[in-house]
Design a protein around this ligand. Structure first.
Ligand SMILES: [Zn+2]
Length: 202
């Protein structure tokens, strides 16, 4: 399965490639935290090998290059890829496009699950968007009074509610994440600095 964690709602839920309302994008709403949370669940509940392009205490760290070069040699892996638009973007090189074609068509056979997040969903490669069937939206709230938080630099304790925009439509959150508990599993200040030159093409 491919799951996208994004910052906002879609205007056209039936469209082939989701169209976000750009003016509604929220910063610092816990996309990477939600990514880590669902990866952690996969490692615990399904005993999956988890590979992430950010450091955690439950996954194997790999940079994007390493992830993509050996992708077709690995089986039954859950990938947590943060800031995916930095590697597989809508203006990507031809060889990256060819790699994406191979990856999306062989993903099921390889038993690969991909959980990606992106602040700017429209920058993500459109084949990735087409093949992503589940879209999740995290929202940040204050622990002490439950009010929503829109401040990226806010130091108060928070929890993250994760809503499923597609295919369920937003009703109740499908997960509530305690930021302090989840934050203990990975470096919340890690910047995604690695890059991708040319994935191995099949
Ligand atoms: Zn806050």
């Amino acid at each position: 399965m491919m799951t996208g964690i994004v910052g906002k709602l879609f205007t056209l839920s039936t469209s082939r490639s989701p169209v976000p309302m750009e003016d509604d994008i929220m910063c610092g709403n816990g996309k990477t935290m939600a990514n880590a949370y669902f990866c952690l669940l996969d490692s615990i509940d399904r005993d999956r090998w988890v590979i992430t392009n950010y450091h955690t205490d439950f996954s194997t760290y790999m940079g994007a290059q390493e992830i993509f070069d050996e992708f077709f040699e690995r089986e039954n892996v859950t990938y947590g890829i943060t800031e995916i638009q930095k590697f597989l973007n809508s203006l990507g090189k031809t060889q990256n496009k060819v790699w994406v074609e191979g990856a999306v068509s062989q993903r099921r056979k390889l038993g690969a699950d991909i959980i990606w997040d992106s602040q700017r969903v429209m920058s993500v490669d459109n084949r990735i968007r087409e093949h992503t069937k589940v879209y999740l939206i995290p929202k940040k709230f204050h622990k002490h009074d439950g009010t929503p938080c829109f401040d990226e630099d806010c130091m108060q304790p928070h929890f993250i509610k994760v809503y499923c925009d597609k295919p369920l439509g937003i009703i109740d959150p499908i997960a509530v994440i305690d930021c302090e508990e989840m934050g203990a599993h990975y470096n919340t200040n890690e910047l995604c600095l690695d890059n991708l030159a040319a994935p191995g093409v099949r």
